[in-house]
Design a protein around this ligand. Structure first.
Ligand SMILES: Cc1cc2nc3c(=O)[nH]c(=O)nc-3n(C[C@H](O)[C@H](O)[C@H](O)COP(=O)(O)OP(=O)(O)OC[C@H]3O[C@@H](n4cnc5c(N)ncnc54)[C@H](O)[C@@H]3O)c2cc1C
Length: 466
């Protein structure tokens, strides 16, 4: 139970309407979108509206030795926002103003609680887009997605969050506020702090403002689907499309388990015998170029033993994309618990990873459907199980261990876009080695020696605090 005086101090800083202490009010802050994670009620939820308020909250937390858990929409898939050691959940839901849209510099400056979809709606009249597009654009925030360095479907052609954040304002664990980067395309003043804080999962500092790059919205697009009898042909087609020097906006893959589940769920006429589906969309500013790229993709698909469907208008495009849109909801409907992993391998090893996921599912007797961003090697093996069945849950944990071990063996990484949080911390040394872990700890302790910021995430807690 938090000291009443501390609650009062927090209320004086942000206003009593922006401090939650009731159990029912705080319940939804005790978990996030990650399955199979412990829940923990915070001591208090604070909803600031300015950077100055954040500084004062940090000062109160420091004085009272309280942990701070920054939180956007809580849509992360790595347990990143769970308040493990209680303390303060710092929610950015109400710090959600678009501060400036600057069409001359093609930038926007926003508070961290701005939802990605809202930013895109506000810049659409200028003919601009902010490309990073995690599946949660309708809810995920700019602060949360930059702290996760989120990717999404368009990552292959347009890059991920780190390619779009140009400047930041950060409140450090000391309470000091720093600003770096900005609207200039070039900026090599000082260390590259933007890159350091993007993807740091709220463990090094708290983002209170972001300036991001915008680009002209592509005017034309064409989508097509390839239906494959073997995973090898699908993998070869992915390599062939890139070798043909076409970089599609999206290049998505679904395995047979996912195809069958989507068809049973949404009844959209998918070929349930297919071993894999590839969904590809090319886009650009010229119809001619888009058509040329589409024809090149269709030719590659044709050379790789697949049946091809191409959309001729937006309605047909939406029909093709229905398969991918339904992938996660369909799989998630199979059981009460759904773990979405993001093991990522070099593009050339996609087929091996898909084959391995099927083998792992059979070996442990668990249900795994795999889909994901084939173009950048970022797969989402999705495991469905009954969390109340202890034996099944144990098998699932073994399967997950093997998925990550396989990704690393294939030269890949633990996380392409969902982050480490607490979910993947135990595998970190497998990828980084002890010296890599030591470096993480050195950086954490240089900026946050008392482990006030999101403790227990990304960097294992030291023994005295664990
Ligand atoms: C159905 C579904 C689909 C998804 N699809 C994708 C996808 O395609 N690609 C992808 O990359 N991700 C995806 N995700 C994961 C998730 O949506 C992204 O990571 C998202 O961008 C997180 O945003 P958020 O606002 O919910 O952040 P939160 O979950 O609230 O927070 C994420 C992390 O950021 C930290 N944080 C939040 N705000 C701040 C701040 N102001 N300062 C410092 N740290 C902060 C938190 O402490 C936490 O560590 C998906 C998730 C779901 C549930």
């Amino acid at each position: 139970m938090l000291d009443k005086r501390v609650v009062q101090q927090l209320q004086e800083v942000v206003g009593s309407q922006n401090v939650l202490t009731g159990k029912m009010d705080m319940l939804s802050y005790s978990y996030d979108a990650t399955a199979d994670m412990p829940r923990q009620l915070p001591d208090v939820v604070v909803l600031p509206t300015t950077g100055e308020m954040v500084q004062q909250v940090v000062a109160i937390a420091r004085t009272n030795g309280l942990a701070i858990y920054p939180r956007g929409a809580g849509s992360n898939l790595s347990g990143g926002t769970i308040p493990l050691r209680k303390g303060i959940v710092l929610s950015f839901q109400r710090m959600n103003k678009i501060l400036e849209i600057d069409p001359a510099n093609l930038t926007a400056t926003v508070q961290p609680g701005v939802v990605i979809g809202d930013l895109n709606a506000a810049i659409a009249p200028y003919g601009l887009i902010y490309p990073p597009d995690p599946g949660t654009v309708a809810t995920a925030t700019m602060g949360g997605s930059s702290a996760e360095n989120s990717g999404g479907l368009r990552g292959l052609k347009y890059g991920v969050t780190k390619n779009y954040i140009m400047g930041m304002e950060i409140v450090l664990a000391s309470g000091a506020k720093v600003r770096f980067g900005g609207k200039t395309v070039k900026n090599v003043t000082a260390y590259d702090f933007t890159t350091l804080f993007i993807g740091s999962e709220g463990t090094l500092g708290i983002t209170t403002e972001l300036t991001c790059k915008l680009i002209p919205a592509p005017k034309y697009r064409r989508a097509m689907m390839g239906v494959f009898k073997t995973l090898e042909d699908a993998g070869n087609a992915v390599a062939g499309i890139i070798a043909a020097q076409v970089i599609p906006a999206t290049l998505e893959i679904m395995d047979n388990m996912t195809i069958r589940t989507v068809e049973a769920f949404a009844n959209i006429g998918l070929p349930v015998e297919a071993k894999a589906l590839l969904l590809c969309e090319v886009d650009g500013m010229s119809q001619e170029l888009v058509n040329t790229e589409a024809e090149a993709v269709i030719a590659v698909l044709g050379r790789n033993n697949c049946a091809t469907k191409a959309a001729n208008n937006d309605a047909e495009r939406d029909q093709l994309w229905a398969a991918r849109r339904n992938a996660l909801p369909a799989l998630a409907s199979l059981n009460n618990t759904c773990i979405v992993e993001d093991a990522t391998v070099p593009r050339s090893r996609i087929t091996e990873m898909l084959v391995a996921c099927e083998a792992i599912a059979a070996k442990y007797g668990v249900t795994i459907g795999t889909f994901g961003h084939a173009g950048d090697g970022n797969l989402h093996p999705t495991i469905l199980f009954d969390k109340y069945d202890e034996a099944m849950t144990a098998q699932v944990h073994l399967a997950v261990d093997e998925i990550f071990a396989t990704a690393l063996e294939l030269g890949g990484t633990l996380s392409g876009e969902h982050g480490i949080g607490m979910a993947k911390m135990k595998y970190l040394s497998d990828e980084l080695g002890q010296s890599g872990l030591d470096l993480m700890r050195t950086m954490k302790e240089a900026l946050d020696p008392d482990y006030l910021l999101n403790p227990g995430k990304m960097v294992p807690l030291p023994a005295v605090l664990a």
